[in-house]
Design a protein around this ligand. Structure first.
Ligand SMILES: Nc1ncnc2c1ncn2[C@@H]1O[C@H](COP(=O)(O)OP(=O)(O)OP(=O)(O)O)[C@@H](O)[C@H]1O
Ligand SMILES: [Mg+2]
Length: 305
């Protein structure tokens, strides 16, 4: 297997008070390995240590004990930092800059040339559905729109590793679906994603593996299939059926397995219903109401060979 992008060993963070007394053990002995192209989820209740873990991975906090290595180096190394994109829990945006100016600003911070900055900015603004709001100050943006520009900002340097603290918080269901599709597409291009979320359906849709934190400790970890599948149960689904056929199948299963099967009509997820309904309504309308459009195509520059 290829070298892990992220490797932590017994990673521990204790916040101390002014006198050096232990105030909060925020993270205790976390061992984590994340491999290239994986989408990895950090789950846990409020205050369980997700954001602290991310800040340790980014080198924004120093570990009390243990080690972090990102792409084989310390997270503080400049070469490492240039290959990471970060969406903080509360993105710090300059309120008076427009969406375009915001991305230009971050492009300059990464030392990109003018041509790259301009082309990446317009591709990213398109990708996150903010084309109609590109020249509006970000201070006026709704919470979901600010989240979208935050995600675009995290991608301006075409990072190999994306660390996203609650990327779908505040997004409408269509926006969540778009972000999940984008993250899947980014992972297919070989990028590694670590995200935290309280929206479990999102995590289930997009993550390959997760760690569940509780009071700063990992209490469950593994692939979603491994953690969620009832390996002993089986489910059959058919499109067309008559009452007689259903009865015949039940009898066959009873004879074969010695128990009555449960028979349900599957429901679609509320998300699927919502996304389809909005797509139909948008098809009928002339312009999107808030300047957020329904695109999901990945910006072409991301992960170009
Ligand atoms: N700078 C800090 N100083 C002191 N304590 C802190 C600091 N940052 C985080 N903590 C504490 O560390 C613990 C973990 O916080 P963290 O922000 O990592 O939780 P989280 O899992 O991201 O929660 P949420 O779901 O609410 O975002 C909490 O008890 C928090 O109060
Ligand atoms: Mg947090």
């Amino acid at each position: 297997m290829s070298d892990p992008v992220i490797c932590t060993t017994a990673l521990t963070k204790v916040f101390k008070d002014f006198w050096g007394r232990t105030r909060v053990p925020a993270l205790t002995a976390l061992d984590l390995k994340v491999h290239p192209g994986e989408v990895f989820g950090l789950l846990g209740p409020n205050g369980s240590g997700k954001s602290t873990t991310m800040k340790l991975l980014l080198g924004l906090l120093r570990p009390t004990k243990g080690r972090v290595s990102i792409m084989g180096r310390s997270p503080q190394h400049t070469a490492t930092r240039n290959r990471i994109g970060y969406l903080p829990e509360e993105a710090q945006l300059y309120q008076y800059l427009t969406a375009t100016e915001t991305l230009h600003f971050y492009g300059r911070l990464f030392g990109l040339n003018r041509t790259d900055i301009e082309s990446r900015t317009s591709q990213l603004i398109d990708m996150v559905g903010l084309t109609h709001a590109a020249q509006r100050p970000v201070g006026e943006f709704s919470r979901g729109m600010a989240r979208r520009i935050g995600l675009a900002q995290a991608l301006i340097n075409d990072p190999d590793l994306l660390i996203l603290d609650e990327p779908t918080a505040g997004l409408d269901p269509v926006g969540c679906r778009q972000i999940k599709d984008l993250l899947g597409a980014l992972a297919k291009r070989g990028k590694t994603v670590v995200l935290s979320s309280h929206l479990l359906a999102d995590v289930q849709d997009v993550c390959d593996r997760i760690t569940l934190l509780h009071n700063g400790r990992s209490i469950a970890a593994g692939t979603l299939d491994g953690l969620l599948k009832h390996s002993e149960k089986l489910q059959f689904t058919v499109e067309t059926h008559t009452p007689e056929q259903v009865e015949a199948i039940k009898i066959a299963i009873r004879e074969c397995c010695g128990e009555d099967p449960s028979v349900d009509v599957p429901t679609i997820a509320l998300e699927t219903f919502f996304v389809n309904a909005i797509a139909n309504a948008t098809g009928a309308a002339d312009t999107p109401p808030s300047g957020v459009s329904q695109k999901t195509a990945l910006a072409p520059f991301l992960g170009e060979p």
